[in-house]
Ligand binder design. Structure first.
Ligand code: SF4
Length: 308
């Protein structure tokens, strides 16, 4: 067993102890269906701790991810691990990405990511969570995430431990506030650590990685930049769903007299889609095969927070 595996297992055992003593509930591992979640679940199993697994069904995940999570949950269930799929709700009703867009009157964007809080970051409030967040995924994660974290509405009261010997550790362990706490056991793992572990231990992973996807998450996620071109080439039905949702959004804006700026009375859902994709296709223009050539840039590696 590598040093990093041992350290991750140690962190999970500590988190489990705190979860059982302070929350009276087992550690809850959040799983996105991505590779980092698969590592966390397997490490928790090897740590010999009691744990549960939670997956948020975003409604915009690729079908392969949905089926993979289903298979994994059946496998874990057979081992006695409680697993739960959380379905999104908004204003008391079941919702989806496609219902949310007309309700919010705008597409989700990099700056206004309303969909994450409704579709992806649900469940687990007031619990001790474990996630597959890693520093190497982005500069922002490097700067803002820790091995252990305690949330608080007041940023000054948040506790982030960025080393296993952090001075704030006692404060974190003894703080009795019933805030959500998080352990990120593989935060210091790089991609090669993740893949070495998954491949050498023959752990099942989302089949999309075998197709060349380096990340899995919502199809068309605005944080994915130009990777979205490849998403829509691979799952064209999702493009249609977004266009239909944008059409409904425009209709509601029309009814409420909220058209303006570049959205006029003749703007279509397809026009909004091109604006959203930043593909340079202007309203009324036709385009051919625009989603066939994924271009990767440095900046796209900033895609974060949402996928694993
Ligand atoms: S992962 Fe992206 S598309 Fe999915 S809920 Fe979060 S921001 Fe929205």
């Amino acid at each position: 067993m590598s040093d990093k595996e041992q350290m991750a297992i140690l962190r999970l055992r500590e988190a489990s102890e705190m979860s059982l003593s302070q929350y009276k509930k087992p550690l809850l591992i959040t799983s996105s269906g991505g590779k980092d979640s698969s590592v966390c679940v397997e490490l928790a199993r090897r740590a010999g701790i009691p744990f549960e697994v939670l997956h948020n069904h975003t409604t915009a995940d690729a079908p392969e991810t949905v089926y993979f999570v289903r298979r994994e949950f059946a496998r874990l269930d057979a081992m006695g691990v409680p697993c739960k799929v959380e379905y999104p709700r908004y204003k008391g009703e079941r919702t989806s990405m496609w219902a949310l867009i007309p309700q919010k009157l705008m597409p989700p964007t990099r700056v206004v990511r309303y969909c994450c809080s409704v579709l992806k970051e649900r469940g687990g409030q007031g619990r001790f969570l474990a996630t597959g967040v890693r520093w190497s995924e982005s500069i922002r994660r490097r700067d803002s995430r820790g091995i252990f974290e305690k949330s608080a509405t007041d940023p000054a009261k948040r506790i982030i431990l960025s080393s296993d010997k952090d001075d704030k550790r006692r404060l974190f362990e003894h703080c009795t506030a019933q805030a959500t706490r998080v352990c990120n056991p593989i935060i210091d793992w790089v991609d090669s650590d993740v893949w070495d572990f998954l491949l050498s231990e023959k752990i099942p992973v989302n089949p999309l990685y075998a197709e060349g996807f380096s990340r899995v998450g919502c199809v068309g996620c605005p944080m994915a930049g130009k990777r979205r071109y490849r998403d829509f080439a691979r799952w064209p039905a999702y493009e249609k769903l977004y266009i239909r949702a944008f059409d409904k959004m425009l209709e509601i804006r029309r009814q409420r007299g909220k058209l303006g700026g570049s959205w006029r009375s003749d703007t279509t859902g397809e026009d909004v889609f091109h604006w959203w994709m930043e593909d340079g296709v202007l309203p009324g223009q036709l385009s051919f095969d625009e989603y066939r050539a994924p271009i990767q840039t440095e900046k796209e590696d900033e895609w974060e927070e949402t996928t694993a």
